[in-house]
Design a protein around this ligand. Sequence first.
Ligand code: HSE
Length: 433
Amino acid sequence: MKEIRIGILGFGTVGAGVVEGIQKNGALMADRTGIMPIVARIADLDIETDRGITVPDGVLTTDAMSVIADENVDLIVELVGGTTVARTFTLEALKQGKPVITANKALLADHGEEIYKTARENNIGIYYEAAVGGGIPILRSQRAGLIGNQIESIYGILNGTCNYMLTRMEREGLPFDEILADAQALGYAETPPDLDIDGIDTAHKAVVLASMAYGAPVPMDACPTSGIRGLSASEIVNAADLGYCIKLLAIIKDNDGEVELSVEPALVPKEHMIASVSDSFNAVFVKGDIVGDTMYYGRGAGRLPTGSAVIGDIMEAASDKLHDVGTPVSVTMMLQKDALTYCSGDNIIKRCYIRLCLEDKPGSMAQVMTIFGKHNISIASVVQKERHESGSAPVVILTQAAKESDFVAAMTEIQALDVSTSEPIRMRLEDFE
Ligand code: HSE
């Protein structure tokens, strides 16, 4: 039986989940792989708080660098979070020839290129399954089971907080702020929750998925991002009336060699599988050119689901190290090309949901329709509700597919109309065609 000695940096929620998982199933893992995982050292600034886990004397320390340098530690698990000391620890461990496992999506999104290149230079691995989709083994699926596929598209529900909030807004019609407070109380939300509700947490994960799908580090500014902040319950009701629900989606597509990438709230048909992903669950829908449609579902956050992903990486890193694999696929896949090219307004084609408020008088709708026609936007359906007391009437429009640049131009003109009484709302409608 071989042994792998693990140094964990960060003994918070996930760190404790990793230790608990190894204590519970370490022998099972050893039976399956011939490698016994041993938690040799744990570093955290706080080594007093009871995490409900007992570890042998001498394992805990406040000195992370001593764990990295310890010659009895074979690999490092970075669970510190943030992008400052986590970056320092990760680069230092790689330079010392120790594989690193991380759950840190912000670190990879902001410093991925430097980290993958440092891993390659040192002929060692960085493993990061827990950074995307929590317990769902989506990156391992991409780089193993789907390795023979060109990835045509990926749609991800990657933020449990937003999915939980959207689910409750749809079911219960409760206001945004009340549900956000519940999500925080349940421990789903980041601190601060802006990272969740503004879509940034989803974008961190989307750029990692896109990097792996298309073979180069993807900078955050290549991912236009909007979240669900301020989404009104009336939009959810309007979408439901038309047979759709609203999900915060990461959208990654290959458009003839250019990558289309965004994070945005989108209407999805209620009958599509992704619409049935509710509460704090995550899901990733991947279409490959050989395999066709596939979908992966599970818990995107939490102590044990995220711990499960980290443990999977520990065992893979251990096997790679013991078999002297060198730079593993989790690194080489991210560095196939120097950079990717991205779609812009003219080559992003999509359908949209548009909600306007128009003065209820003859000719209002005609002016709007003239603008859509002028910008090559065809209308799939229009619903005008009874007017408000203010004299304006909400109008809900679903369009056919059109260029993003045409939508931008049309919406600018519509907003400037005298008959337009409030700022229009526009969201993507994704019918997965
Ligand atoms: N705040 C994140 C979520 C946690 O809600 O999904 C996992 O990244």
